[in-house]
Design a binder for this molecule. Structure first.
Ligand SMILES: [Fe+2]
Ligand SMILES: [Fe+2]
Length: 281
C-alpha cells in the first residue's frame, strides 16, 4: 500500500508555484480586444528569458518565416495573439516539464517532448476539425500529463509497486496508480490546472485524457487531446514505459470525425515537429 495520502499529494499541488505574473498578464492581454501587439510585446520584453524563448520559437523552422524575427512585438504580429499565448505558457512551464521523472522512467526532456508533441498534434487536429479555440487545444495537450510531475516525487518509493501491478495484472499505469495510490496522474493534473485558473474545459480534458467518454463540458476537446497523445505515443514520442498500455478510443476518433487519411496526414505533419524536437530546437 502507499505510504502517503491524497492529502500529501494535494499539499504538493499547493506547493507548486503559481503561474508567473507575466504569463497571467499575457493571458489577459491576448484575450483583450483592445490590446495591441505592441502592448503584448512590451510585457514580454520585460522578461529577458521569456523574450529569448519567444524569439527562438518564432524563428523555429516549424513556423517557417523567411526572415528573422527580432522583437517580441514582431513575433506577436507574426504568430497572432492566441499562438503567442500558448508560446508564453509553453516557455514558462518548459522548466517544469523538462525535469527527469524517474518515477515514470522518463529521462530529462522526455516529458517535454511528449507534452510538446501532444500539444502540436492537438493543434493540428483542432484545425482539421475547425475548432474555434485552436490554442485551447494546444494548451490542454501541453499540460495533459502535468499530474505526473507532481506524482513523480511520490512515485519514487512506490514506482516498483505500480510497475509490478501494471505488469502482472496487464493494466495501464493509470489503473495501477489507482490501485496502489488510490488516485491517478489525470486527477492530480486537473487539480494543478484548476490551481492555475485555467479554463474549466482544459481542467476537464486533463482529467479525462485517458477516459474521454467521461467528458461533459467539451467532449471534443478531451477527444482531441486523447487522440493526440495516442498518436504521439505511436510515433515514438511516448511517455516511457507508461506509453504502451493505453488503448485509443474509437469513439473519440469518431466524435472528431477523423478518417484514416486524416490520421495519416496529421502523423505526417507531426513528423516535422519530431525532427525539430530531435534537433533540440
Ligand atoms: Fe501522456
Ligand atoms: Fe496521461
Amino acid at each position: 500500500m502507499a505510504q502517503f495520502s491524497i492529502e500529501d499529494i494535494i499539499a504538493a499541488v499547493n506547493d507548486l508555484p503559481a503561474l508567473p505574473q507575466v504569463v497571467l498578464k499575457i493571458m489577459d492581454l491576448t484575450q483583450d480586444p483592445r490590446a495591441t501587439a505592441q502592448d503584448i510585446g512590451n510585457v514580454i520584453s520585460h522578461d529577458q528569458a521569456l523574450t529569448a524563448r519567444v524569439l527562438r520559437m518564432a524563428n523555429s523552422a516549424y513556423y517557417g518565416y523567411p526572415r528573422k524575427v527580432a522583437t517580441a512585438a514582431e513575433a506577436t504580429v507574426l504568430l497572432g495573439f492566441s499562438t503567442i499565448r500558448s508560446v508564453v505558457l509553453a516557455a514558462s512551464i518548459n522548466d517544469i516539464l523538462n525535469r527527469e521523472l524517474s518515477g515514470y522512467a522518463l529521462g530529462v526532456g522526455e516529458m517535454w517532448k511528449h507534452s510538446f508533441g501532444t500539444a502540436m498534434a492537438s493543434r493540428h487536429i483542432a484545425k482539421r476539425c475547425r475548432f474555434k479555440a485552436i490554442e485551447v487545444a494546444y494548451t490542454a495537450g501541453l499540460l495533459h500529463d502535468i499530474g505526473k510531475v507532481i506524482l513523480n516525487n511520490f512515485m519514487k518509493q512506490t514506482y516498483h509497486e505500480v510497475v509490478a501491478v501494471a505488469t502482472t495484472e496487464q493494466i495501464s499505469f493509470l489503473e495501477a496508480e489507482n490501485r496502489v495510490l488510490g488516485f491517478n496522474h489525470a486527477v492530480i493534473g486537473s487539480r494543478v490546472a484548476r490551481k492555475w485558473q485555467l479554463p474549466a474545459e482544459i481542467v476537464e480534458a486533463i482529467a479525462f485524457h485517458h477516459n474521454p467518454a467521461g467528458a461533459e463540458k467539451n467532449p471534443l476537446l478531451t477527444a482531441c487531446v486523447h487522440v493526440s497523445e495516442a498518436l504521439c505515443t505511436s510515433m515514438g514520442l511516448g511517455g516511457g514505459l507508461d506509453g504502451m498500455l493505453y488503448p485509443i478510443s474509437k469513439n473519440a476518433i469518431e466524435l472528431l470525425g477523423l478518417g484514416g487519411q486524416d490520421i495519416e496526414d496529421i502523423a505526417y505533419e507531426l513528423s516535422d515537429v519530431m525532427i525539430e524536437l530531435a534537433q533540440g530546437s
